[in-house]
Each structure stands twice: as structure tokens, then as C-alpha cells.
Design a protein around this ligand. Structure first.
Ligand SMILES: CC(C)=CCC/C(C)=C/CC/C(C)=C/COP(=O)(O)OP(=O)(O)O
Length: 418
């Protein structure tokens, strides 16, 4: 049994991926004046983590109590797909600028106005994205390690349970830049896009999770938009490609290992059986270049993303295909040929969204105190559980995500049924 009963799984402190504000941006930004985005909440600068009072702490601690409960905790239902609306970056830096409680604040207070401070919030927000990816990987790995521990060689294996577990935290999405964010001041847009570009480069070049094929990056949203600098676009595509390559390699090795193991088993059952001879391995593997069979965490970055825009685009594409379909079938004889008429249904829309092949989101977490979706995952979030907390995005840490996941685990999901 587990060596650490009664306590939640430890999360390694995410390796700090401190992202500095580009100096070129810092100097130009100090000449602008920021908006004073007042918020109704007065508690947003508090050190306490407020707004998470929906979580029943006493029942959580009893859940964490004895071995039976521990076993349940291990089996705690986790979302397959969790998404984050990363709100509160600007308020975070304004609050920190006022509090001046540690060394970082010396840097912030030396910046001459509120704009530079607000950009520090985006930098901290970007670092938080990276550390949360690490946290999600840790939670998943820890769960798999603990859950699979009792499965020793030769033991009967409950495949249903393992499949169930493998689904936990397979996808996450960060809403980093919305189609509505173009209405922000140009200096801020430039800064956020530059930040996304530089961070993607650093992440691609230096993060072990990418190198080891643990994370598959996917970009959602229209990054071919001419307003997105070509360097940013190329860097994001490069990150997608590098992560996919590393994941595909890991998958390939895993499949070969499994085939070998299966082959060895078959050979021991029947020495004449040539199963697993490897002749067709490469042909089989060549097909498998998407996330089918992935054990990686798919991380979607929603950039220039808007739910309505995406649905509109998918609907337009479907309408065009239906028109082409109709034109094609009227100009050619249907005799002897198979005719496939497209119809409008949910599936035809779903597969044309930029989230095609990404499962519906199970849990949407919005930080920063606002309780709205802001045009995020309007289609994909039809049955999502919604978790709102006042914690500002740069402060949303491992403890906060654990709390949100525990809350999710207690939700009863009915999808419209009883
Ligand atoms: C690599 C990567 C994905 C980086 C993303 C960086 C990041 C988290 C960008 C979010 C930008 C944004 C509009 C945040 C909202 O905070 P706000 O400015 O609206 O804050 P406020 O609510 O306090 O004004």
C-alpha cells in the first residue's frame, strides 16, 4: 500500500521558469498610461486565497483519513480536460506594487508607472502557465504511480480501471489571448504577443517536459491572423512541431516495447507463432502521428481565440461543404456511385471547430473573481463544471489547483439526465 497515507500527494515545486520582461518593451512601455480597470471586489489584493469556500474542507480531510478513504482519494475523479481562464494579471501587479513585501517588489516599484507594472503581471502570468503545466504533470504522474503500484508482474490486471485512470488530466487549455483582447491598448497587445513568443521559444528549447515527450502542445485560435507577428506565429508552430515529434517518438518506442512483450508472450505460448516479428512495425507506426495512444498531456494554448468566432467559422465551412456537395451531386450521375450527403448536425460542427479531436472540457477554472465565460469554449463547455475563485492568475498555484480538482471530484455530473 501507499507509503504516505493520509496526506495529499506531494507536488514537486515547479522548476522556476522565471521569465524576464523584455527590456526593449520595458523602456517603450513606460511612456504610456494604463487604464484604471476598477473591480467591484475589494478582496482581490488579499494574501488569503478567497473565493474557494464552496469546497467542503472538513469532508475533504475526512476523505484523506484512512486507508479506505485514501484508496478513494487515489481514485478521485479527475477531469479529462481542464481549462483555465487566466484572469487577474494586471491587478496582481498593481497589488504587488502597492504591497512591496519582498524583493520582487523592489523591481516593480522601480518601474515608473502603472503600465510597466501591469506588464509584470502578464510575465508572472506566463510563468504561472508553465508551473501549472508542471503541476498537472506531477498530479497525473503521482496518481498513475500510486494507482499502478499494486499491479505487479503476473498479477491479474484490471484494464477498465487503468483506462479510466489514463483519461485523467489528459488535456488542459489556457485561454491566453482572446479575440476581444485586440481592443486593448497596442503596447499591451504587443507585450502579450511578444511574451507568448519568447516564452514559447524558451519552453521549446529548454523544458524537459517537451524534450521527454510528456507534453503535446496544440494551438487553438486563429494565429494566421495578419495582426499576429510572423515571428510569434512561427515560434508557436515550432513549439507544436517539436512537442509532437518528441511525443511521437515516445509513442513509437512504447508500441515497439509492447509488441516485443506481446511477441515474447506469444512465443512462449506457441513457439511456431510469428506474432510480433516486427516486419510491419514501421508501416503500422507511420500512421500514428496524432495524439491517439498518447500518454502525454495535451496542452492547448488558446490564442486569438473566441468561441463565437470559432463556431461561425465551423458553420460557414460546413455550409460551403454542403453547397459543394449539392453542386457535385447535381452535376454527376449518382448511378453506380456512392452518394454521401452532408447534413447539419453536432458532429459535423464539432469536427470543424479548432478543438477537433480535443474532448469537451470537463472543468473550467476562472481566476480573478469574475463569474463569466467571456466567449470561451461556448460549444465545448456545454456541460463543463465551472469553478470561480478570487485568486489572481499569477497566484493560482499547486494548492489552488488541488483545491479546484477536489471540488470537481465532488460534483455530480448528470449531463441533463437524472
Ligand atoms: C505562454 C502563454 C500561454 C502565456 C500567456 C500569458 C498570459 C497568462 C496571458 C493572459 C493575458 C490576459 C489578457 C490576462 C488577463 O488579465 P488582465 O490583464 O485582464 O488582468 P486584470 O483582470 O487584473 O485586468
Amino acid at each position: 500500500s501507499s507509503s504516505r497515507r493520509g496526506s495529499p500527494p506531494p507536488l514537486h515545486r515547479a522548476t522556476s521558469f522565471a521569465f524576464p520582461l523584455p527590456t526593449s518593451l520595458m523602456t517603450t512601455m513606460t511612456h504610456h498610461h494604463g487604464r484604471d480597470r476598477r473591480r467591484s471586489k475589494s478582496s482581490e489584493c488579499d494574501d488569503e486565497v478567497p473565493g474557494d469556500e464552496d469546497v467542503d474542507e472538513s469532508s475533504m480531510s475526512s476523505i484523506l483519513g484512512d486507508e479506505l478513504q485514501e484508496r478513494r482519494r487515489q481514485r478521485q475523479r479527475l477531469p479529462r480536460h481542464v481549462a483555465f481562464i487566466c484572469d487577474g494579471n494586471s491587478r496582481w501587479s498593481h497589488c504587488r506594487g502597492r504591497r512591496r513585501t519582498n524583493d520582487d517588489d523592489d523591481v516593480i516599484s522601480s518601474l515608473s508607472n502603472s503600465i510597466a507594472r501591469s506588464l509584470m503581471g502578464h510575465v508572472a502570468g506566463a510563468n504561472r502557465v508553465i508551473s501549472l503545466i508542471d503541476s498537472l504533470l506531477s498530479i497525473r504522474e503521482e496518481r498513475q504511480r500510486r494507482y499502478r503500484q499494486p499491479q505487479s508482474r503476473g498479477h491479474a490486471h484490471n484494464e477498465d480501471e487503468e483506462d479510466d485512470d489514463d483519461d485523467a488530466l489528459r488535456y488542459c487549455t489556457f485561454f491566453a489571448f482572446s479575440t476581444e483582447n485586440w481592443s486593448r491598448p497596442k503596447y499591451e497587445i504587443d507585450a502579450i504577443l511578444k511574451l507568448i513568443e519568447d516564452m514559447s521559444r524558451r519552453y521549446r528549447k529548454s523544458d524537459p517536459a517537451i524534450r521527454d515527450g510528456k507534453v503535446r502542445i496544440r494551438i487553438l485560435g486563429d494565429i494566421d491572423d495578419a495582426r499576429i507577428p510572423s515571428n510569434t506565429r512561427e515560434e508557436l508552430r515550432a513549439l507544436e512541431r517539436s512537442s509532437a515529434k518528441a511525443c511521437d517518438l515516445v509513442n513509437l518506442r512504447r508500441r515497439r516495447r509492447r509488441r516485443r512483450e506481446r511477441g515474447e508472450m506469444m512465443i512462449s505460448l506457441d513457439k511456431d507463432d510469428d506474432y510480433g516479428d516486427g516486419d510491419n512495425d514501421d508501416a503500422d507506426d507511420a500512421d500514428d502521428t496524432d495524439d491517439a495512444g498518447d500518454d502525454a498531456l495535451t496542452v492547448c494554448l488558446a490564442i486569438n481565440y473566441g468561441g463565437r468566432a470559432d463556431i461561425l467559422r465551423a458553420a460557414t465551412e460546413l455550409a460551403r461543404s454542403i453547397a459543394d456537395d449539392a453542386a457535385g451531386s447535381s452535376s454527376s450521375s449518382s448511378f453506380g456511385s456512392e452518394s454521401h450527403h452532408l447534413i447539419i448536425n453536432e458532429n459535423e460542427i464539432t469536427k470543424r471547430l479548432c478543438t477537433a479531436n480535443v474532448p469537451d472540457v470537463d472543468l473550467i477554472i476562472r481566476t480573478g473573481g469574475e463569474k463569466r465565460l467571456s466567449n470561451f469554449f461556448l460549444w465545448e463547455g456545454a456541460y463543463a463544471e465551472l469553478y470561480f475563485c478570487d485568486t489572481l492568475w499569477p497566484d493560482f498555484d499547486e494548492q489552488n489547483i488541488q483545491r479546484a480538482l477536489a471540488w470537481y471530484g465532488q460534483r455530480e455530473r448528470r449531463f441533463g439526465g437524472r
